[in-house]
Design a protein around this ligand. Sequence first.
Ligand code: SF4
Ligand code: SF4
Length: 290
Amino acid sequence: MTDIEEKLRERARQLLESEEVTEVIAWGAGRFVNQTTPLFISEPAQADEIVFNDYCINILAKYAFTEQGAGRVAVAVRGCEARGINRMLADNQIKREQLFLLGIPCGGMKERLSGETLDRCKSCTHPNPVVYDEMLGEEPEGAFETIVASQTARFAEVEAVEAMRREQRREHFDEAFSRCIRCYACREVCPVCTCRECFVDQQRAGWQGKQNNLNENRFYNLTRVFHIADRCVECGECARACPMELPLMEVNRKMIKDLNTLFAAGEEGLTSELDNALGRYDTGDVEEFM
Ligand code: SF4
Ligand code: SF4
């Protein structure tokens, strides 16, 4: 058992016993040793079901939104969860007093795919939680070097796509969007996709067509990326959840890169203050297209 796992179990048990929270959201064992799954517990005796290891790849932030209403909820948070939670607080989608955040310093997660072990977090710039009520451990050694390397890796895929010729780029994204089955898993797990009624669920004509073809898939994916453009916290959960392995972070990060260049937008979710790059207005803004 890891040190963090032990502390998580202990605090989860105490918080439920003292009735400070009604539910704890963390990770539980998956089918295999290299898999875990989100875990929701409401009884102190269930605390021993919590696991924490290098394979906790599900990002729990969205559950702070979907599980609200049942009293105060404790959530295990690393950098990715914390940034998602900050963003939902900024969007007024959750209430801080309804959450108890158990901070976990993160050394990066791995995933086993087709017999290979992949580093899931090579472009993460904030492994440690940026908001928490209680920290359960110390920052791992080498954390600073990881962050520096991540800043370089962050836009590598975007730059590769930018270097393509226009037709190549079109082919690249047409191939990707034609694989989309419109299961909306990317939307469901995203901490910044919190509309009560999503445009794709509209039944009236003129919104998202129900056909599954390249045009409709392209419309869905590009509309979604514009909708979350200045709010995406780069957690990568949409790409992880996509069963068709669409390169969703390429489009998300292209928007982020352009927003950084045009509006010095910076990284999202570092605080719970509302500061949308696309929501700011200044009379000196350039309006070349007018
Ligand atoms: S998760 Fe993947 S396949 Fe499903 S709607 Fe999103 S992009 Fe399409
Ligand atoms: S769009 Fe993807 S990477 Fe961005 S916040 Fe949503 S799930 Fe995370």
